[in-house]
Design a protein around this ligand. Structure first.
Ligand code: AMP
Ligand code: MG
Length: 335
């Protein structure tokens, strides 16, 4: 199959719609990362996503809809706090989980009785979703466990020949996946940290918790149980206080004929003038925006990519640090 990248040329919407209606999978730009979308109402189309990604069958997908879509056709019991959050943050990088009406394919939620809904703000995504006027099930457009894509080129490198169309809306401004928020309880609970932060949510509705899985409990957000976002090269992860150890590992790799790179925030990059580095920037927003692009660059350039954990915490950094820990594999015994 030939894979076309469309930058919204004439006729792109009609073509995208045709593919979706005929059960194909189409990649599309959003403000967070690129998505791999299919008709959420079709079992066959949704199953294609799992096959393409090699995604575990218990890792549910998010249903993407346009901003005028009536979500009461898909989910029940939208609590008043969720209405407030919709007003405040949608369209935008916030996914909300509600009790499902069971209207979408059972493969979307992987047996859960809930459905995750997202209304992306990307004008390209909005135009596409309006044209099809269907819920589009879409995970990030990467092979399972690999780094998420933030440009159309990233998607092409991974799925060329496997999908007919990539809708190019440029580089993703957000850079990390949406905040996933459980809206089935008295109070919203963050299942996955992202650009809409706990503080931002609490400011609008008074309180917002962070989900912590209890011993033996089935995870509320199964996707978070997997190792993810991992570059294909070797990796190591150190704190700023362990910089000497990190340098020793770098030198060892280079002496053995390999190529080492550091991935670090700007302040740390300044301390590494004699080493090859990839700069994440200084603010939380910059780090979110650059992280995946730099990880993908790093895996091409390096045989060993050494991450240095950024020092800032809270806010957007919750999401950035979570992705970095999982990409570099520290403190995780997940597969
Ligand atoms: P991805 O789009 O690849 O980032 O994956 C979507 C993520 O959203 C999954 O890994 C889950 O963690 C989360 N998710 C999707 N649907 C649900 C749901 N019904 N309940 C809880 N979490 C969900
Ligand atoms: Mg993903």
């Amino acid at each position: 199959m030939k894979t076309e990248i469309t930058g919204r040329e004439r006729g792109w919407l009609e073509r995208a719609k045709e593919y979706i209606l005929s059960g194909e999978v189409v990649a599309f730009h959003t403000e967070t990362v690129y998505g791999l979308g299919a008709n959420a109402l079709s079992d066959e189309a949704v199953q294609k996503i799992f096959a393409l990604k090699g995604r575990p069958a218990d890792n549910p997908l998010i249903a993407h809809v346009h901003q005028d879509f009536d979500i009461s056709t898909l989910v029940d019991e939208v609590p008043p706090y969720a209405e407030k959050l919709r007003e405040a943050f949608l369209p935008g990088p916030l996914t909300m989980v509600f009790p499902s009406k069971g209207k979408v394919s059972r493969f979307v939620s992987c047996g859960l009785d809930t459905l995750a809904i997202r209304v992306p703000s990307s004008p390209t995504a909005q135009a596409f979703l309006k044209e099809v006027n269907l819920p589009i099930a879409a995970p990030s457009a990467n092979r399972s466990k690999h780094v998420s894509p933030v440009t159309a080129r990233h998607v092409y490198e991974e799925f060329a020949g496997d999908i007919p169309l990539i809708i190019d809306g440029g580089a993703c401004s957000g850079g990390i996946e949406s905040t996933v928020l459980d809206c089935t309880g008295e109070m919203p609970l963050i299942l996955r940290a992202g650009l809409v932060t706990q503080e931002m949510i609490a400011k609008v509705v008074g309180a917002c918790g962070i989900y912590e899985r209890k011993e033996g409990e089935k995870p509320k957000s199964p996707g978070m149980a997997y190792k993810h976002y991992a570059p294909v090269c070797k990796t190591a992860y150190f704190k700023v206080g362990e910089l000497e150890q990190a340098k020793a590992l770098y030198i060892q790799e280079e002496s053995a004929g390999g190529t080492a790179y550091f991935l670090a925030e700007s302040n740390v990059v300044k301390l590494l003038a004699d080493y090859k580095t990839l700069d994440l920037g200084g603010t939380g927003e910059q780090m979110a925006q650059r992280l995946y692009a730099q990880l993908r660059k790093g895996e091409k350039l390096a045989t060993l990519l050494i991450g240095i954990e950024p020092t800032a915490q809270g806010g957007v950094m919750d999401g950035v640090l979570n992705r970095m820990t999982r990409a570099f594999g520290r403190n995780t015994n997940e597969t």
